[in-house]
Design a protein around this ligand. Structure first.
Ligand SMILES: [Zn+2]
Length: 282
């Protein structure tokens, strides 16, 4: 029984336990899969908590989602396997997919606030740019249709509006790490929000970080726009929600926010000086 396929099924059950223990899925939520060949995918069954999964609960489907081998326990494949299959078809390099409802990341998906960029090295290197797909009804064909256009060659994580997350990578363990890093990052962002202050990496820090990422064998298209471009300039609602303070000022590069900006700080000092001078002259 200890075949490579059985080992993979056991690993899927173990990852399910981790997902459940971390509180990423309540009840029977969530699903994950592994691509085992050109036209076969191993996936979790429908209607079972990820915390109770056993190796022989896993189902095997073809690339159209048809269950091609009877499950020994009579399990039926997850209805969301069509989302997984769409990812595998778009990205042949992807070998594992996890759909989950990690609470901190799902909060951002529900608020429909894009994840900010240039905040945390771990998130930048291991997740990169994370986009949010428009809301689509679960289990309907609209769901994969909403997500697939957002998946580029470097994408490994997509948020699903008002729903949850989709993580994918070259194996199941790495895919699980993406999920953990995503929720840890979102949790840190929410804690930062409570503290009331945020500092974004400046262009040089971000460029250096993306260079390191490149040296890890992880290219990032945003490196090509640094240092002149403003990394994540279109993803600013989270950063813009903080009160402005002297160390968090708008930069002049397309509406982004930088940690410090000498020019802006001087301009602010000048503006205050002008106000004082004006009021003294009254
Ligand atoms: Zn879901």
């Amino acid at each position: 029984m200890d075949t490579p396929l059985w080992q993979l099924k056991k690993q899927m059950a173990q990852i399910g336990h981790r997902i459940w223990q971390k509180g990423f899925c309540a009840g029977n939520e969530g699903n994950h899969s592994v691509r085992i060949s050109e036209d076969r995918v191993l996936c979790t069954p429908t209607g079972i908590s990820k915390g109770f999964l056993e190796a022989d609960d896993m189902c095997i489907v073809d690339m159209d989602g048809n269950q091609v081998e009877p499950n020994p326990k009579g399990r039926k494949r997850t209805s969301e396997v069509l989302v997984h299959l769409a990812v595998y078809k778009k990205r042949p390099d992807v070998k594992a997919v996890i759909h989950s409802h990690p609470p901190h990341a799902t909060a951002f998906a529900i608020a429909q606030i894009p994840l900010p960029e240039g905040i945390h090295p771990e998130a930048e290197v291991f997740l990169g740019k994370v986009r949010t797909a428009p809301y689509a009804t679960p289990s309907k064909p609209e769901l994969p249709d909403s997500i697939i256009p957002l998946i580029g060659p470097e994408t490994n994580t997509v948020l699903m509006a008002n729903h949850g997350s989709l993580s994918f990578s070259f194996d199941l363990t790495d895919t699980y790490y993406k999920l953990e890093i995503l929720d840890a990052y979102c949790r840190v962002l929410l804690l930062t929000k409570q503290l009331g202050s945020v500092k974004q990496l400046d262009q040089k820090q971000m460029t250096d970080l993306l260079e390191v990422k490149k040296n890890f064998g992880l290219p990032d298209e945003r490196l090509s726009c640094a240092p002149t471009g403003c990394v994540g300039s279109e993803n600013q609602p989270f950063l813009a929600s903080f009160p402005v303070n002297p160390t968090t000022a708008s930069c002049d590069c397309d509406g982004g926010v930088t940690s410090t900006s000498e020019g802006n700080f001087e301009a602010m000092v000048q503006a205050i000086t002008d106000q004082i001078v004006t009021s003294m002259g009254r």
